[in-house]
Design a protein around this ligand. Structure first.
Ligand SMILES: [Zn+2]
Length: 201
């Protein structure tokens, strides 16, 4: 049995105060989207489903504080000895649409895991874009890569939709129905990864 190491990117809300600089979008009417709150909601949804499916998981960041990337990686690497993979949950920004799936370079198991997420995303959202060109060069990527390169197990980071895309914000990121579908595609991918990539032959 494989264990999913779940990481929700950035900080959450503590007494209404967002714990992360940036990583938020203020829309008209003062509606604000906080990425770290979304990431936590998705991880919580994934945990509920994995509990039902009896697939083991660890929540690496149960806090609402914005835990440093170094600490996140350190926590993940405590599990390096068991069959597991690291999964970091994010929403994208920077002008664009659809989803992106990042892996640590040169690790074939990470690639196989990432393609399961890509396929599950396409199945759940057939009319949305699966971005395979990672060429928008935003500064954040380096930080994202840190958790992918320093973790000792296969590692994948999912970017589900763009928080600064109003259609995606309205249709998916800010609604419970949309969030449920984002949870569902992650869980569908995790089931396939568990069955196809971690079962002993
Ligand atoms: Zn993020």
């Amino acid at each position: 049995m494989m264990t999913v190491l779940l990481d929700n990117g950035h900080g959450g809300l503590i007494n209404g105060l967002y714990q992360t600089k940036g990583k938020q979008v203020r829309w008209k009417d003062n509606e604000v989207f906080y990425e770290g709150e979304f990431n936590r909601a998705i991880v919580n949804g994934i945990m509920q489903e994995l509990t039902k499916l009896q697939i083991p998981y660890i929540n690496l960041v149960p806090e609402h504080q914005d835990i440093s990337l170094r600490t996140r990686v350190k926590r993940a690497n405590n599990y390096a000895g068991i069959p597991c993979f690291y999964l970091s949950i994010h929403a994208n920004a920077g002008g664009g649409a659809g989803a992106e799936f990042f892996t640590s370079p040169g690790d074939t198991k990470s690639d196989a895991i990432a393609s399961r997420f890509g396929e599950a995303f396409q199945q759940e959202f057939p009319n949305d874009r699966l971005r395979t060109d990672y060429s928008d060069g935003d500064l954040d990527k380096e930080a994202r890569f840190y958790v992918l390169t320093k973790t000792k197990m296969p590692a994948v980071l999912t970017e589900s939709f763009f928080m600064d895309n109003y259609t995606e914000y309205k249709n998916y990121l800010s609604t419970s129905a949309g969030r449920m579908r984002i949870v569902d595609y992650h869980v569908a991918a995790i089931q396939r990864i568990n069955n196809e990539l971690f079962k002993k032959r």
